[in-house]
Design a protein around this ligand. Sequence first.
Ligand code: ZN
Length: 194
Amino acid sequence: MDALDRVVEQFSSLPTIGKKTARRLAFHLLRQSQESVDEFATAIVQMRSQVRECATCHTFTDQDCCTICSSAKRDRTVICVVEQPSDVLAIERTSEYQGLYHVLHGTINPLDGVGPDEIRLRELVSRLGGGLVELILALNPTIEGEVTTQYIAKVAAPFQLKLTRIARGVPVGADLEFADDATLRKAIEGRVPL
Ligand code: ZN
């Protein structure tokens, strides 16, 4: 396999990228200068080696503790539980929410063999004590999101927190990260008791 084919194969292994797009991207890179392609490749390598999960909320960060968890301005009495780091970015874009986050990195999905131990649920439970007052469940409105929400409600029950979920302004079956800012802002504002 020649160098061009290798790159096309790598690109087409990415989500949403088909063979045709992969080829177009590869040709595009061949038309760029050596320096700019070096820069591109280095950015990917450095991202993979430097970015890790925040020790507290498990979102992606290149420090031990992310900027949200280490900020003195955030309300430490509220944690918003989301599925993916991209959901943190989506909610941050609304500027509506001032609390902390917890990223599960997935949902419970028995059909795919994903149980509570395969996502960051134990890590969530370990954060429920202390001064925490409210837990906002902002999982995607899918069957797996619902199963996971109910599971969290069960394990959080002994801590007597205020449990809320974001309002259903988010279209059913749609991913949080693709909801527009206004919809998401309303969904957080109008959150309802679980
Ligand atoms: Zn964090």
